[in-house]
Ligand binder design. Structure first.
Ligand code: ATP
Ligand code: MG
Length: 277
């Protein structure tokens, strides 16, 4: 059963797509069966992995319109453990139609039921607004990963998302967790970086990832060439940081699994002890 992680923040250009694509690729390299879903009508996740209008057979738009089943919208990538459901929205009319369909916030959750057992992780790349497809993503997700651009005034967007999560938990997804706040485009020892870090740590310390993503030109270059950074320059600081993030997320998921299993392990031990006595 996949862990579903929504990559979201109501602010543009903070590294959501870069994180979704490179985290998904890093999980795949660690041999975790991973599906990336492009939830933003710009289609940037698909483009970052080399998918264009011509190469997308059916994507999320067709699934939401019941023109294609979710299984047939899955595209293979050059990494054997990584699949993607891209999105192909070419007109304003199609965009408006998708927004209307996404008013039903349970659409994605219902579609995913058919494929959730095929993967270890499903990563959702959300748009920078909290409605429509983002609401669908947060309704379907187990947890939310919030990328925050270093040196940007970010606290407002993080506060806004935390408030939205409370509402989502009340109306649609009571077990939604915070996976973590991820600092992206980090430039150490600059005054603005120090201010961002101080503000975030004062309020959200327990949610901060240990891994930071450095500002690294290879990440932008890789997406320009339609590749995950790991397939472009595996030794770049950006690739290594996303591999480290994947390791942190896998370790966290294993801890959660152990905690879930604990009651049954304790019960088994008690039963065994009783048999011996
Ligand atoms: P949007 O809200 O528009 O969907 P986004 O939050 O998905 O934006 P990205 O598209 O991932 O943000 O990143 C914005 C820009 O910053 C891109 O040009 C990307 O290549 C660049 N970028 C992202 N992360 C880094 C990084 N760590 N170092 C350098 N450049 C980066
Ligand atoms: Mg994006």
């Amino acid at each position: 059963m996949a862990k579903i992680i929504a990559v979201a923040l109501p602010k543009g250009g903070v590294g959501k797509t870069t994180t979704a694509v490179n985290l998904a690729a890093s999980l795949a390299v660690a041999e975790q069966r991973t599906l990336l879903i492009d939830m933003d009508t710009f289609g940037a996740s698909g483009l970052s992995l080399g998918f264009t209008n011509g190469t997308i057979k059916a994507g999320l738009y067709e699934v939401f319109n019941f023109v294609a089943g979710i299984q047939s919208a899955i595209h293979k990538t050059e990494l054997s453990f990584l699949d993607i459901i891209p999105i192909n929205v070419q007109s304003l009319h199609a965009e408006e139609r998708l927004t209307r369909l996404a008013d039903n916030r349970s659409m994605l959750k219902n579609f995913l039921r058919a494929i959730v057992h095929q993967y270890d992780y499903i990563i959702l790349d959300c748009p920078p607004v909290l409605r429509g497809l983002s609401t669908n993503a947060l309704t379907a997700a187990d947890s939310v990963l919030m990328p925050v651009k270093s040196g940007h005034f970010a606290l407002d967007a993080v506060d806004k998302l935390f408030t939205y999560l409370e509402w989502i938990r009340e109306v649609a997804n009571k077990s939604l967790q915070v996976e973590g706040i991820l600092i992206t485009m980090h430039e150490p020892n600059t005054r603005v970086t120090d201010i961002t870090m101080r503000e975030l740590q004062a309020k959200y310390r327990r949610h901060m990832f240990r891994t930071f993503i450095p500002k690294n030109i290879s990440l932008g270059e890789a997406s320009f060439y339609g590749k995950a950074a790991i397939m472009y320059k595996v030794n770049s600081r950006g690739s290594v940081a996303y591999l480290t993030l994947a390791r942190e997320i896998i370790a966290h998921a294993r801890e959660e699994q152990t905690l879930k299993l604990q009651p049954s392990i304790v019960q088994a031990a008690v039963t065994q002890a009783q048999t011996v006595i």
